[in-house]
Design a binder for this molecule. Structure first.
Ligand code: 5GP
Length: 193
């Protein structure tokens, strides 16, 4: 078992509706040393690629993106949720359905911060159905930049996002893949990788 799987077993709780709560260390109270460990793991996997930018989506991906960006020595960039209906042409835009909140958010990235010369590592805290990652991928591709890889803290392997993203040919690394979780017993099992 790796460091993240151990931490999930120690501090994660299983909620009804296929939600894993990890707000003790990942997306509310945050363990920054753990973020650095995750960044190190992403660097071990993607460090040979010429990454120029780390991209995530607000809010809970930002801390992981900051740690990864520092490790790679590049800027962190996050897609912002925008309520504005009138967007000028200066933004890349994607519609992303939120798994946890069941709303569709329009997310934007300024055209100033992505260009065809960029080689992007996309990171996020969770991968469930893949809507967040697909939104981020579409933004990178609209800019002409290259998606070099995707680094996820926790993939829920029983939802289909990981399968879809890998099938599209992207280099996806999930540090922990939850194979099953039971809201009644609290039991969590991981995929061997
Ligand atoms: P997807 O777009 O892949 O369906 O869902 C990914 C997004 O939903 C992530 O950005 C994450 O914030 C949120 N999310 C999905 N599943 C969970 C979960 O089990 N627990 C928590 N805390 N967030 C989740």
């Amino acid at each position: 078992m790796n460091f993240l799987e151990e931490r999930i077993l120690k501090d994660g709780t299983v909620k009804p509706g296929n939600v894993l709560k990890v707000d003790n260390f990942l997306n509310h109270q945050m363990d920054i040393a753990l973020m650095d460990q995750m960044a190190e793991a992403f660097y071990a996997r993607f460090g040979h690629k010429n990454i120029t930018k780390v991209l995530t989506i607000e809010a809970s991906g930002i801390a992981i993106a900051c740690a990864a960006a520092r490790r790679f020595g590049v800027p962190a960039l996050f897609a912002k949720k925008s309520k504005s209906v009138n967007l000028d042409g200066d933004m890349y835009v994607a519609e992303v359905e939120s798994f946890t909140h069941k709303v569709t958010n329009r997310v934007i990235v300024s055209k100033k911060y992505l260009s065809p010369a960029d080689h992007v590592l996309i990171v996020d805290d969770f991968l469930a159905n893949g809507a967040a990652l697909q939104g981020l991928i579409s933004i990178v591709e609209a800019s002409g930049a290259t998606v070099e890889g995707l680094g996820i803290a926790i993939e829920k392997g029983f939802q289909n996002g990981g399968y879809r993203i890998r099938n599209l040919g992207y280099d996806l690394c999930s540090l922990a893949i939850v194979e099953a979780m039971d809201p009644v017993t609290g039991e969590i099992t991981f995929r061997q990788q």
